[in-house]
Write a protein that binds this ligand. Sequence first.
Ligand code: AR6
Length: 167
Amino acid sequence: MKLDSGDITQLTVDAIVNAANRSLLGGGGVDGAIHRAAGPLLLKECQSLGGCETGQAKITKGYDLPAKYVIHTVGPIWKGGEAREKELLASCYSESLKLADSHDINAIAFPCISTGIFGFPKQLAAEIAISTCKSYHEDTGSEIEIIFCCFGAEDTDIYKKLLSSSL
Ligand code: AR6
């Protein structure tokens, strides 16, 4: 597991993960950036997917992105912590990884799902992201390379600290 900072749309990896909404038809934040960089054919493919439930994931091609695939996952909206938000966020990471492993993807980059517009506390979200990915590697034996793409100093700091203590 490693850390990268900056714009996920610029990363040359097999797959980048999109923090989408249940319609899968685009939005603001990283979702908007991914659709802008991938071009209109991404939206066209997304329109054929029939949306996605919170905590689940669906895959499309990457079109004009350097990444070959986009894995769209829908994080939970933070409602105070008693609405299965933690479990649903963990599910976003594990379902995205399962999908990646079934498509021969060797490296995948995640944004900090749910921590922007959806309001999930950043520190808690990072702890869930890292522990879920670590367990996925341990439980499945998968060797997929996982990159946490932090956008901004606050997330970069949080991940730096957590990764140095968990590796
Ligand atoms: N590269 C990497 N990370 C980014 C980028 C980027 N180009 N742009 C933003 N981030 P958000 P959410 C970070 O709000 O909270 C959309 O409208 C951002 O700083 O994109 O899951 C969807 O359609 C934050 O750390 O996603 C949904 O409706 C992280 O990405 C809703 O927002 C996630 O912030 C999803 O909200």
